[in-house]
Design a protein around this ligand. Structure first.
Ligand SMILES: Cc1cc2nc3c(=O)[nH]c(=O)nc-3n(C[C@H](O)[C@H](O)[C@H](O)COP(=O)(O)O)c2cc1C
Length: 178
């Protein structure tokens, strides 16, 4: 698949096929491609919990649902939960000296790897930033001092799901050349 085609196919899925299970092998492939992501000082300041157990999947879905948000997560068949890890001295010192948040940049990059790797395998994803962090940590037994930064809902899109046109800033608003 051409890169542009892959990028256009990747969209936030809010219409998962609740009946279609996600193959473990595909999740492993996604995580292998996540592993290849670059990061500041190669610090890789993240770890992931891949949730496939049906009961746990339901509980994670509930953690993303409050105030009417993320109803679509009920039909996701897997979740990938990203936890921020210690960036290590070099990246942290560099970030402090340069007043840059390298860890967040790194987590954004690895997130792109995850959703694109999933898309390439015919899966659909939705990055979820709206979740009950405390509850999620309890359910998944994550150290309460750590931060959960993003949740990825994973599944197959329903048969009637359509690829939407991307609504983005025009290039002239996005880029200047000097
Ligand atoms: C950090 C982050 C958090 C997000 N949180 C949510 C969320 O909680 N629920 C949701 O439905 N979509 C969420 N999204 C998806 C965005 O709304 C979506 O990426 C954006 O509207 C562009 O649409 P597209 O992904 O379909 O191209 C999130 C995306 C990002 C990058």
């Amino acid at each position: 698949m051409q890169l542009k085609e892959l990028f256009c196919l990747r969209q936030s899925c809010r219409n998962f096929d609740a009946e279609r299970k996600v193959e473990k092998e595909k999740l492993e492939n996604i995580m292998e491609l996540a592993r290849l992501a670059p990061s500041a000082c190669n610090s890789q300041p993240y770890s992931f919990i891949v949730v496939t157990d049906d009961e746990l999947v339901k509980e994670v879905a509930r953690c993303t649902q409050s105030m009417g948000m993320n109803k679509h997560c009920s039909a996701a068949r897997a979740f990938i939960v990203m936890v921020e890890e210690n960036a290590g001295l070099l990246a942290k010192t560099g970030g402090r000296l340069k007043d840059q948040d390298y860890a967040s940049i790194d987590m954004g990059i690895v997130s792109a790897h995850i959703v694109l790797a999933a898309t390439e395998q015919g899966l659909s994803t939705c990055m979820i930033g709206w979740f009950d962090e405390k509850k999620l940590k309890e359910i998944l037994q994550i150290d309460e001092k750590k931060r959960v930064r993003l949740v990825f809902a994973v599944g197959y899109a329903a048969a009637d799901d359509k690829i939407r046109e991307k609504k983005r800033k025009d290039l002239d608003k996005l880029v200047t050349y000097r």
